[in-house]
Design a protein around this ligand. Structure first.
Ligand code: MLT
Length: 277
């Protein structure tokens, strides 16, 4: 099995991901938002990284059935219907709509994955579904097709929360073993996860972008995005859009999205207690 980890998309050339099995990892917050909005009934998410393109696509879909969402440096974009807080993508807001999602880093990583054989959105919320996907698509023996975990990072820099998530994916995929022939990115991701796995919420809260989001008032987003397997749905990236398959859509429609109920205490308090434990 050949599964490389790109700690940021910076190293990706136009054809790097061509024909590969790809997981785009953006914990804070593009992939977490994508899983949440699709679980809450959105028809699709169209990731774009260009302001003009985002507006053109939304206009072509039409105002009744599209919603422009996204952020720049964590703050909502003026004129958009919603920012990039997953907690804002409620069933009432998104049901049946196509979300045109324009973010600083994560959506650009999907654009880079357009030539992939298969590509999905990965984060802590759906980590086991990502592991199952890789186990199904990558051969244990032999090395084609290659796999790639692409960490979205932050403004071209490494985002430790994405590396931790990539490390968790690899740790679960290989049952704690370290296969021969790993690239440096995979070694780094596994080492980081092994070092911080027992205090994951605390580790995520301490990440640079998490601290930035907390300063902007999004502590609950950080707590929410740090919950492994809270939303076991797998967004697939095909024809430049992210959707759930029919089984996931049916399960999502039956489930009460965790964000639909008022938590006993704000997630940030709950997670902060967990982080201090
Ligand atoms: C990103 O794409 O970089 C993230 O979504 C940024 C954010 O939401 O704060």
């Amino acid at each position: 099995m050949q599964l490389d980890v790109y700690l940021t998309p910076r190293a990706l050339a136009d054809d790097t991901l061509k024909g590969k099995i790809v997981v785009v990892v953006d914990v804070l917050r593009a992939c977490s938002t994508t899983v949440t909005t699709l679980a809450n009934g959105a028809r699709a998410v169209v990731p774009v990284d260009d302001m003009g393109e985002a507006g053109r696509i939304a206009a072509a879909i039409g105002p009744e059935t599209s919603l422009l969402g996204g952020e720049r440096n964590g703050r909502p974009i003026d004129g958009y219907g919603v920012g990039n807080s997953p907690l804002e993508y409620t069933p009432e807001l998104v049901a049946g709509k196509t979300i045109v999602l324009n973010t600083t880093n994560g959506t650009g990583a999907f654009v880079a994955a357009r030539g992939a054989a298969r590509a999905v959105a990965g984060c802590f919320l759906n980590v086991s579904r990502v592991v199952d996907f890789l186990r199904a698509k990558l051969p244990v023996n032999g090395d084609v097709p290659h796999g790639a975990l692409v960490c979205a990072g932050q403004n071209g820099r490494v985002a430790r929360e994405d590396v931790l998530c990539a490390g968790m994916i690899l740790h679960r995929l290989w049952g704690g073993a370290i296969p021969d022939g790993l690239d440096d990115g995979a070694h780094i991701a596994l080492a980081q996860y092994r070092q911080e796995q027992k205090r994951l919420a605390r580790a995520v809260f301490g990440c640079t972008h998490a601290q930035h989001l907390i300063a902007l008032g999004y502590a609950d987003d950080v707590a929410y995005c740090a919950q492994p397997d809270a939303l076991p749905f797998l967004p697939r990236y095909e024809d430049s859009r992210l959707t759930l398959n029919a089984d996931d859509r049916a399960r999502a429609a039956e489930a009460l999205p965790p964000v639909a109920t008022e938590p006993e205490a704000p997630l940030s308090e709950t997670a902060s207690e967990a982080a201090r434990a």
